[in-house]
Design a protein around this ligand. Structure first.
Ligand code: NAD
Length: 282
């Protein structure tokens, strides 16, 4: 399958990074969001990320300008009609994603692959929202997208072999390492990561140590490059909470209950780096 134009739905933390890596691979990208200010902010983030690459001599000024020129933005999903692939990276909320996938289904061509960057929502459920479920797949990028090597590919029960092959190959073209997993709550990455982050929140909630000390234990003791609480702030605490809630609901196991501190921080609007305050202040 030949990919030339890629749609990305959502211009937030993940969406703008995903748009950037596709544009860096020479593809034309249309980044769509309901919010014009999110699109403006998304483009600024991509500009800043490219400027850092230029500063480190990993990208030329002209190359960075060409990457930016390949990205256009829109507040209308209809503008994604000619894409061969749309990667949905909107807010982690099933109702929002269902609305997006149902609308995309009526907008894109019959060969277009619809991928989701969801962290935890069942791809099998997402595939059931559209008329060609064999062309739905999970393309789970890691944060920050331009730097992280992994793309976790999730096969829905309905995903066709051709769709899977095309996305596996495309991930390699982006310079990423794809790992394919079956559809199951949290997939592999968040099934393992989120309970660890949640447990670190419990340790803080129970006043066993400060946030800094919890992160230092995991960095220096376990050789993690970043502590779990700092990582949660990077991911977004609302996203972390939503993933814990999904694991809890799917497995009906109390070991996945969200830490009350995480619930409170989200209720207070302390969402991590993106709001300037989470477990830490920014
Ligand atoms: P975010 O809150 O930073 O951005 C979400 C964006 O979606 C916002 O700009 C919002 O305006 C937009 N949006 C909301 N409703 C929309 C709609 N109907 N149409 C178009 N755009 C809409 O969230 P994020 O952290 O970028 O997460 C996006 C997705 O990526 C989620 O599914 C999340 O689970 C997943 N994910 C996040 C991370 C992470 O570290 N943050 C990592 C991997 C996967």
């Amino acid at each position: 399958m030949q990919f030339t134009t890629i749609g990305v739905v959502g211009a937030g933390t993940m969406g703008n990074g995903i748009a950037q890596v596709f544009a860096q691979a020479g593809l034309t990208v249309i980044m769509a969001d309901v919010s014009q200010s999110a699109l403006d902010q998304g483009l600024r983030s991509i500009g800043n990320s490219l400027a850092r690459l230029v500063k480190k001599d990993l990208q030329t000024e002209e190359g960075a300008a060409a990457v930016l020129a390949r990205i256009s933005v829109s507040t209308r999903l209809q503008d994604l009609a000619d894409c061969q692939l749309v990667v949905e990276a909107a807010t982690e909320n099933a109702a929002i994603k269902e609305k997006i996938f149902r609308e995309l289904d009526s907008v894109v061509g019959k060969d277009c692959i619809l991928a989701s960057n969801t962290s935890s929502i069942s791809l099998t459920t997402i595939a059931a929202w559209v008329s060609a479920p064999e062309r739905v797949i999970g393309m789970h990028f890691m944060n920050p997208v331009p730097l992280m090597q992994l793309v976790e590919i999730i096969r829905a029960l309905q995903t066709g072999d051709a769709c899977h092959q095309a996305i596996h190959q495309l991930a390699l073209t982006l310079g990423k390492t794809p790992v394919t997993v079956k559809d199951g709550a949290g997939f592999v990455s968040n099934r393992v990561l989120m309970p660890m982050i949640n447990e670190a929140a419990f340790v803080l909630y129970e006043n066993l140590a400060t946030a800094e000390d919890i992160d230092t234990v995991m960095k220096l003791g376990m050789n993690h490059p970043i502590g779990p609480l700092a990582l949660a702030d990077l991911i977004g605490l609302d996203t972390c909470l939503s993933i814990m809630d999904i694991l809890h609901r799917e497995f009906r196991d109390s070991k996945y209950r969200a830490c009350p501190l995480l619930v409170q921080l989200v209720a207070a609007g302390r969402l991590g780096r993106k709001s300037g305050h989470g477990f830490y202040r920014y």
